[in-house]
Design a protein around this ligand. Structure first.
Ligand SMILES: *Cc1c(COP(=O)(O)O)cnc(C)c1O
Length: 417
């Protein structure tokens, strides 16, 4: 509250200059410019005295269950799912197996657990190795779960800007039987690729990975946290996208807006192992039908509307590119789905400063944007980029407000630098 008052009163021109000086200082510290993958966001979450619009585009995970979804949850038939007696969980698993063209599915509490169970299920021995991209969520953001809990080593391949990696690296990096080596047991893909900006990885590439992996006897797992976005954006069915993948983990708590839950899909035989692994990881849930009901509701009501989020992301990307700014850039062609990576000129502004500026309003700005001002929450991403994510709780009106704000802030920055 106090912060916002202070911010509104701040002279923004002076603020930019102060930021610039701090930036120069920061950049003189060795190591500051090395790539960082994640900065914690320090955005204030309560701004009770602020009368304008607050649009939160930090992530699609902030989405809340709608009234219809809550009603479905309230009315769900439930049972003890550890005894496999929850009819709603069973229904969700059946539907997911069907729509992905796999034999079976398993409801799990999170995408992280879905990936961990899948990796542990494919790599049953300590000293196994998994091939995956160096910008994969499994490698960057899952606490090296496979190493911590499975004695499994990730073996990373450089990720290309389009979210793929070089398929020819698979046979090169594959370990042959030798007393010195770990045993290569799995290849992991990610679709959409989050860090690369919600990229839909090309179908022909997925198929090629499948072909090469099969030729050397490796199964493929897809981290499909946002594979629904990939399917909607490309018009390709989940079944087709996942054809060469033995297993996949799919999130319901991102753009689909459920409070909790992911599903692993794969062979029936694999799911027996997965159920045991889920239990030892503490993911055996009892009357989980209430959560599965939210996921079923999202299959019926939330999947098709992802196209709207993709459209909103295009609107933001186009608005930025139309500014032709030297300091803030974004190419709409680089935006495949609901994630927008915005590039900043490091000579002008750091990601932290840009994010902070979007959380401030000046008198002049309110005059221009109207409605008591707009605050936009986004995430610092790398040392020269910020990430915007569109989602179901950001309406077209919200997106238009974001665009007005962005244009104002970009012009302000360009007038100084
Ligand atoms: C969010 C995410 C996960 C993990 O899901 P949680 O439910 O947050 O554990 C895994 N992979 C990708 C690509 C993600 O974006």
């Amino acid at each position: 509250m106090e912060r916002t008052n202070r911010i509104v009163r701040a002279s923004y021109k002076i603020m930019w200059r102060r930021m610039y000086r701090e930036d120069v200082l920061c950049r003189s510290i060795p190591g500051r410019q090395t790539r960082q993958y994640q900065s914690p966001s320090h955005t204030p979450t309560t701004m009770t005295d602020f009368k304008g619009v607050v649009v939160d585009l930090r992530s699609d995970t902030i989405t809340k269950p709608s009234d219809g979804m809550k009603k479905a949850m309230m009315e769900a038939l439930v049972g003890d799912d550890v005894y496999r007696e929850d009819p709603t969980v069973s229904e969700l698993e059946k539907r997911m197996a069907e729509c992905t063209g796999k034999e079976a599915a398993l409801f799990v509490p999170s995408g992280t657990m879905g990936n961990l169970i899948s990796v542990l299920g494919h790599c049953e021995h300590r000293g196994s190795e998994v091939l995956l991209g160096d910008l994969a969520h499994i490698f960057l953001y899952e606490q090296a779960g496979m190493a911590q809990l499975g004695g499994i080593q990730p073996h990373i391949i450089p990720t290309n800007p389009d979210g793929t990696f070089d398929v020819d690296e698979i046979p090169v990096r594959l370990r042959y039987e030798d007393v010195h080596y770990p045993r290569t047991c799995l290849v992991c893909l990610e679709n959409t690729q989050n860090v690369c900006g919600g990229k839909v990885v090309p179908l022909h590439w997925i198929d090629k990975v499948g072909e090469v992996a099969e030729s050397v006897g490796l199964p493929v797992h897809m981290d499909g946290a946002r594979v629904m976005n990939a399917s909607v954006a490309s018009g390709v069915s989940l079944e087709r996208i996942l054809r060469v993948c033995q297993t996949a983990s799919i999130c319901f708590s991102k753009g689909l807006g459920t409070p909790v839950g992911s599903v692993i899909v794969g062979p029936e035989k694999f799911m027996y192992k997965a159920i045991r692994l889920r239990k030892v990881l503490g993911g055996g849930m009892r009357q989980a039908g209430m959560l599965a009901a939210a996921a079923i509701y999202s299959l019926d009501h939330m999947v098709h509307r992802l196209a709207q989020d993709h459209h909103h992301a295009q609107l933001i990307a186009k608005a930025i590119s139309e500014e032709k700014s030297r300091n803030v850039t974004c190419h709409p062609d680089d935006v495949d789905t609901n994630i927008i990576i915005v590039n900043l000129n490091p000579e002008a502004v750091t990601p932290d400063q840009f994010c902070e500026r979007l959380l401030m309003v000046s008198e002049d700005e309110i005059h221009e944007t109207g409605d008591g001002g707009v605050l936009v929450k986004v995430m610092p991403w790398t040392t020269t980029t910020v990430r915007f994510v569109t989602h179901l709780d950001a309406s077209l009106d919200n997106i238009q407000a974001v665009i007005t704000k962005l244009k104002y802030v970009i012009r302000e920055l360009d007038s100084i630098h």
